[in-house]
Design a protein around this ligand. Structure first.
Ligand code: HEM
Length: 137
């Protein structure tokens, strides 16, 4: 089975699961914010429900970058918004983002395995590299 298929199947599983009334995306944001005071400060008073919804939508942009090696308009806009011109999200925070995402997959996917977590890294890393690359551009 390809990494893309393993990722797709895991993604479908985690989206359906709620733990302590939290969706996968809610829990991911909770984990990410708790991981670093810098991240907590950057999010300030952002409504988590809104943020979790936007996150779900932006996943598609990361996936498209992996599949086509091109940023769609949405990912390009998000990258510019996170760059030093706007939100000023330092590139290393994207690694923390990915590590917390993987941690959340481990918590939510009942069929999680090394292959599953590797598939998330394989599929999302190109888009994250793009976001980091755009930081200073
Ligand atoms: C590939 C990784 C990431 C993706 C796909 C992503 C996606 C998004 C999206 C879709 C939004 C909402 C934009 C809008 O309101 O139109 C957003 C906002 C934001 N993101 Fe990210 N993000 C990523 C990584 C990060 C990281 C590493 C940080 C570091 C703390 C971060 C901090 C923020 C902040 C502070 C906002 C603004 C929240 C607000 O509106 O108050 N993001 N992000």
């Amino acid at each position: 089975m390809s990494y893309e298929t393993i990722f797709d199947q895991s993604f479908e599983r985690v989206k359906k699961i709620f733990k302590n009334k939290q969706s996968f995306f809610d829990a991911f944001y909770g984990n990410f914010i708790n991981a670093s005071p810098e991240v907590a400060k950057l999010f300030g008073n952002t409504g988590m429900a809104h943020q979790a919804k936007m996150m779900e939508k932006s996943f598609y942009g990361l996936f498209v970058f992996y599949a086509t090696q091109n940023a769609n308009d949405y990912l390009e806009k998000i990258a510019f918004q996170h760059s030093f011109h706007n939100l000023d999200i330092k590139p290393e925070l994207f690694d923390l983002w990915l590590e917390n995402l993987i941690k959340t997959v481990e918590d939510f996917d009942p069929q999680c395995s090394d292959e599953v977590t590797l598939s998330w890294r394989v599929v999302l890393s190109p888009g994250i590299t793009y976001m980091k690359h755009k930081y200073s551009r």
